[in-house]
Design a protein around this ligand. Structure first.
Ligand SMILES: [Zn+2]
Length: 233
């Protein structure tokens, strides 16, 4: 039985080679989504160990966040860029949960998660989620939850469907564009809680700022933030 199953597996991988989502090389049998080389070499910021890091500073004067960290840096050649791209545009949602799980393992070994009780993913625009079939931030949140044991609440933040595509707008436009499109469904559920807001990539920070501003209207609510990556300008 075992031998037959092994031969069958070998045949399948010969016909449909599984490839690394970061570098495109063939994966070994024991590798999942990302090859060992990319896993080891992916640039990690270590920002969860650095209070007042450069990403945290971009939110100063915009909204009060307790702690901010990102797993990696997003630029043209970064492994994380290819991974995020394959997750979002090739629909490989398992990349999100796997990277969330990996990052969660780093975070639990530090003080970063101290006091945090609930993970809240940034909601995706409803029509985008319908097309993509999943919300990448929710996948990352599931992975983080798996390795940290902190529960996820997918129904705390809502996003209205009345916003236009943001990609071609300048920063000032984008800020006003996301302002007011997020809402909180139940302030009682988050009262007195320290929340971990989760996004895939932080660019201008406008989305995080907008979500955090709504969450912070809750009584004695604290907000910390993690993302898989940030673009550093
Ligand atoms: Zn690779």
């Amino acid at each position: 039985m075992g031998v037959v199953a092994d031969i069958f597996d070998d045949l399948i991988s010969l016909l449909f080679p599984r490839i690394c989502n970061a570098c495109g090389d063939r994966l070994m049998k024991n590798e999942k989504l990302i090859c060992t080389g990319c896993f080891v070499n992916i640039h990690r910021t270590g920002y969860h160990l650095i209070p007042e890091n450069i990403v945290e500073k971009t939110f100063w004067g915009r909204c009060k966040l307790e702690r901010v960290a990102v797993f990696s840096i997003y630029n043209k050649d970064s492994g994380i860029r290819k991974l995020v791209h394959n997750m979002k545009y090739r629909g490989i949602k398992e990349i999100g949960s796997e990277l969330g799980r990996i990052y969660g393992n780093d975070l639990v070994e530090s003080d970063f998660l101290e006091g945090i009780e609930l993970i809240v993913p940034v909601p995706l625009h409803p029509s985008k989620e319908r097309i993509r079939g999943f919300n990448q931030s929710a996948e990352i949140a599931e992975g983080l939850s798996a390795s940290t044991g902190i529960p996820v609440a997918n129904d705390i933040l809502t996003r209205s469907s009345f916003s236009h595509t943001q990609t071609k707008r300048k920063r000032v436009d984008r800020w006003s564009n996301v302002e007011g499109i997020f809402g909180v469904t139940d302030y009682e559920r988050i009262e007195g809680k320290h929340l971990l807001l989760v996004d895939d990539v932080i660019t201008t920070g406008a989305t995080i700022e907008s979500c955090a501003t709504e969450l912070l209207k809750g009584k004695n609510v604290k907000v910390s933030v993690v993302a898989l990556a940030a673009t550093i300008n």
